[in-house]
Ligand binder design. Sequence first.
Ligand code: CTP
Length: 279
Amino acid sequence: LVTAGPTQEPIDPVRYLTNHSSGKMGYAIAKVCSMRGAEVTLVSGKTAIKPPLFVDVVPVTTAREMYEAVTGRSDRQDIVIKAAAVADYRPKTISEQKVKKTDGELSIEMERTDDILKYLGEHKRANQFLCGFSMETEHMLENSRKKLKKKNLDMIVANNVKVEGAGFAGDTNIVTLITGDDETQLPLLSKEETERIMILAIDIGNTNIVVGCIDEQKTYFIERVSTDRSKTELEYAIVIKNVLDIFKMSPKELEGGIVCSVVPQITQIVKLAAEKILK
Ligand code: CTP
């Protein structure tokens, strides 16, 4: 289960309080998890992003709705990643009518929302992995470590909004992954780039086999080798590996493979050869 985006806390029928979260981080995480084989539920505040395919999207608006949506599903989740920017406070009362302006100042009384992550930490079931996000403007590591402990998390993804390239609305982020005993600072990464899933693609024809690497948007390279019905699985594995080597592509960067074939006799041989490399 992944949460994403901002919450909106209504003041009256036409106004609400919110934050700058775009939802990009949570949507990218949901998509990558789904493409790696997870069954993903995405509980999302209002965003302008197209939901990823094959992900069960649960739309919510307020912190209260997100609390209900998440806690109602949390005991069935192996991993919960809380990338949403949930409001910590909401207006104590929601005016039924539009609040009219007056000459004087206006104060709105606010009350605390439920801390969803804290609830999850307190009700964590065996082997459940809980990951929170922490956005700070100062003392990032120290404050994030405190949150990790206080909310009983397995990992917290910390970022300093004041650092260029980090934060809410942009397409990049600089984060530090913090666990109980480890700290890993990642380089500047594009939120888009984290979505890139590279696939080995093999097309077996009667005279040529085309080997290439693709992702959703781009073909990185393709190369032709001749179709040889006498080659063994190992020999084909060497051929495919050589093609990858020439283009400096490590099998570790590949998430999976697709084999298309019009030559039934060697379909299985090439498939097993590709699997050998991907493993
Ligand atoms: N979070 C939550 N429920 C809330 C508020 C926050 O689940 N009502 C989650 C967020 O999704 C995020 C993490 O808690 O994963 C952020 O931790 P939090 O302590 O709320 O951070 P800040 O709001 O930045 O804390 P502070 O105001 O103390 O800086």
